[in-house]
Ligand binder design. Structure first.
Ligand code: CA2
Length: 157
């Protein structure tokens, strides 16, 4: 019988996704894989549960909405896992919102941004990240949740 994960009364992990990530599975599978965003959301929920953490999974195509979601997570989440999409490379507003957070922040990219166009080589968001996972496709979200679980466990101890 599967082991029941320990119940955890801490705040949920917020998993935030930026623009165009809703298109996953529809185009460019050679870069981003064929897993849809809905499937990634389910995988994250299962991974969170296995560690005893609830998850909130969101996606927006709008910079200001992403800033609002980060500000909400700042108060209501135990940690943030974020794939800011193209805003990684452009948005000081997203960076500033993350810098205002005192909880762990893990930046995720499906692709390895350093093996792609030169304009993707720099991420403003990385400056606010506790850690970064990239190039592992959808699995990267799960590794980010593993990292968050470890960090939160170490904080509690
Ligand atoms: O590798 C990543 O996860 C990215 O954050 C994805 C962003 C891109 O702008 C970043 O440089 C790296 C783009 C997500 C767009 O996803 C699509 C998926 C299928 C079809 C079209 C876009």
């Amino acid at each position: 019988m599967a082991k029941k994960p320990k119940e955890n009364k801490s705040l949920p992990i917020h998993i935030l996704n930026g623009p165009n990530i809703n298109l996953l599975g529809e185009r460019e599978p050679e870069i981003y894989g064929s897993t849809t965003l809905a499937q990634i959301g389910e995988m994250c929920a299962a991974q969170g549960r296995a560690h005893g953490h609830a998850t909130v999974f969101r996606q927006t195509n709008h910079e200001g909405v992403l800033v609002d979601q980060i500000q909400e997570a700042r108060k209501q989440a135990s940690a943030i896992v974020i794939n800011p999409g193209a805003y990684s490379h452009t948005s000081i507003a997203v960076l500033d919102a993350l810098l205002a957070c005192t909880i762990p922040v893990i930046e995720v990219h499906l692709s390895n941004i350093h093996r792609r166009d030169a304009f993707r080589d720099h991420s403003y968001v990385s400056r606010a990240a506790t850690g970064i996972v990239m190039g592992l496709g959808a699995q990267g979200y799960l590794r980010a949740i593993d990292a968050v679980a470890d960090i939160l466990k170490a904080k509690k101890a």
